[in-house]
Design a protein around this ligand. Structure first.
Ligand code: PBG
Length: 327
């Protein structure tokens, strides 16, 4: 036996060769940028647990969206903080709710940016749950109507796509039916299909003021230990009319991303959530790791696992690096 004919290091020696044989590339085309919108004017309020992210009033949101679009980022994902919360989350589906106003403003001023809206009640309900509460329980079917109304109101305001994140059973079907009835058969649904009950949402709940006031979300979000169940969730959403399916969070669930990509022929989105962002930012801030390299490596891993769309708070940072040829 001669010395091994195949020497993997041959292709690692030169940066140019490495560039040519690289299997996974990050592109700005894959990015979706989540943003938080609040009432008011001139508001740009830093979110403590998410350095570099802000709660923005609509005028500031427009600036941020213009910036993102000018960097080539194709889409934003909007989350709203209402003026007032109530048990049924009324502002979520109000015609002049924060998201409805924000969508109109962004679509008017930045037409070449996709505006995707998170469809959920938890930021709008006084109890902080994603569904209607009766007798201390989160009710599934009474929630569906409110979720569907929310989605229709977003699309009426001009949203290009809706993204339900509540994890109620049957919500994709309910939204599809409501959109079709309202003459929006062309509007796609990106379903948070496999959304886990995750500790990594912690910083987001501070940002969106959506911490449940009692109990937790384990009766509707998935058990982190399950992946066969994730396939059932995705299959249901596909049957109900989902156009894009999502796995969330991303990093602790890359096996689920790969499985969904392998088993279903649909575009897959992975949401690299607030806790993933905060970990990298915090360790970078402390000098415990190289933040920029950690960010690129984490997002490359998500892409390599099979995600077509990466939802990330690092969208602008990454777009900048890609433009400079550093990612
Ligand atoms: C609302 C929602 C959450 C996130 C997106 N939509 C929070 C939750 O389910 O508690 C989390 C996003 C993030 O952590 O970045 N249901």
């Amino acid at each position: 036996m001669p010395y091994p004919v195949y020497r993997p290091r041959r292709l690692r020696e030169s940066p140019l060769v490495r560039r040519m044989v690289r299997e996974t590339r990050l592109s700005v085309d894959d990015l979706m940028y989540p943003l938080f919108v609040v009432h008011g004017r001139g508001v740009r309020e830093a979110i403590g647990s998410m350095p570099g992210q802000f709660r923005l009033s609509i005028d500031e949101l427009q600036k941020e969206c213009k910036d993102a679009a000018s960097m080539g980022i194709p889409a934003v994902l909007l989350f709203g903080l209402p003026q007032e919360k109530d048990p049924r989350g009324s502002e979520a589906y109000a015609e002049d709710g924060i998201i409805q106003q924000a969508v109109r403003a962004v679509k008017e001023t930045i037409p070449d940016l996709l505006v995707v809206t998170d469809v959920c009640l938890c930021e709008y309900t006084s109890h902080g749950h994603c569904g209607v509460v009766e007798d201390g329980r989160i009710k599934n079917d009474p929630t569906l109507d409110l979720i569907a109304r929310t989605a229709v109101s977003h699309v009426e305001a001009g949203a290009d796509m809706v993204a339900p994140s509540d994890m109620m059973d049957g919500r994709v079907g309910a939204i599809r039916e409501a959109l079709d009835e309202a003459s929006y058969p062309e509007t796609p649904i990106m379903a948070y299909s496999a959304k886990y009950a995750s500790a990594f949402y912690g910083p987001f709940r501070e940002a969106a003021d959506s911490t449940p006031q009692f109990g937790d979300r384990r009766s509707y979000q998935m058990d982190p230990a399950n992946s066969v169940e994730a396939m059932r969730e995705v299959a249901l959403d596909v049957d109900e009319g989902a156009d894009i399916v999502m796995v969330k969070p991303a990093l602790p669930y890359l096996d689920v991303v790969a499985r969904v990509k392998g088993e279903f022929g649909l575009p897959v989105a992975a949401y690299s959530v607030s806790g993933e962002y905060a970990m990298i930012r915090a360790a970078g801030h402390l000098g415990w790791l190289d933040e920029e390299r950690a960010m690129v490596e984490a997002l490359t891993g998500i892409r390599r696992a099979g995600a077509d769309i990466i939802i990330t708070y690092f969208a602008k940072d990454l777009a900048r690096l890609i433009e400079q040829g550093r990612a």
